[in-house]
Design a protein around this ligand. Sequence first.
Ligand code: AMP
Length: 279
Amino acid sequence: MKIIKTIEEMKERSGRLKRERKSIGLAPTMGALHEGHLSLVRKSVQSMDKTVASLFVNPAQFAPNEDFDSYPRDYDRDLDMFMREGVDIVFMPERNTVYPAEYKTYVEVHDLQEKLCGLTRPIFFRGVCTVVLKLFNIINPDTAFFGQKDAQQGIIIKRMVKDLNLDVRIKILPIVRDKDGLALSSRNAYLKNTQRQAALSLSRSLREAKIMVEKGEIRTEIITAQIKDIIEYCPEAKIDYVKIVDAENLDPLDIVRAGTLIALAVYVGKTRLIDNIIL
Ligand code: AMP
């Protein structure tokens, strides 16, 4: 496994792979790896000639009041995990080479970036899109792998790829959960014991919503109220949003239909957790 830290070397490497007609898969991550990340890497290793995993905690997607400084980092462990999965190249650039002091350019996907998570995290998706487009330009992947865990992110990246005519296929892979149902997240490391119990209300409420729909309930107002009840029952959980929306344009729906997205964000203590389900 090759570890590449400079943009020049990464471009040179991916250029060479292209000339050799090797297909390149990319799995972008911020590290603190778990099975969710590894599911992306595994899919790439299985289906592409070469797999690049990126490891970069992207400052542009954190607001000043958010957890950029305290975000969990354990690069030795991450590199070891990537190596075991058969990753060919880990791209881990330095912050000041990705965003030098004179940096000025950002990518925005209007409308979609303002909804759901964008309401509480107004600069988040612009930071994500900017770094993802930079990674695409530097690595030139044929396919990039993202997780359904970040549903809105996947929808926005697909939009950016279409709107900017990028030659990269976007694959969204299912949410990987712990045995108790909690969606894996690097931020779960922040949760203390009792908080983890409260965190389970996210997946529990989504499972309950799915059962309601299977039993015939289609009114989103009723389903939303039930989800909120389940979460609010936990004193440590504070709802940011619960939304039932169209899975392409993220517009709210009155009635659920096939492919509808239920997405939610909840604070457990100071930790903001997200989860979702597609019906
Ligand atoms: P992050 O390191 O949090 O930026 O996540 C990197 C990628 O891993 C993103 O595409 C996420 O959607 C994906 N991911 C994170 N958690 C999970 C999970 N529990 N299941 C599937 N994919 C995930």
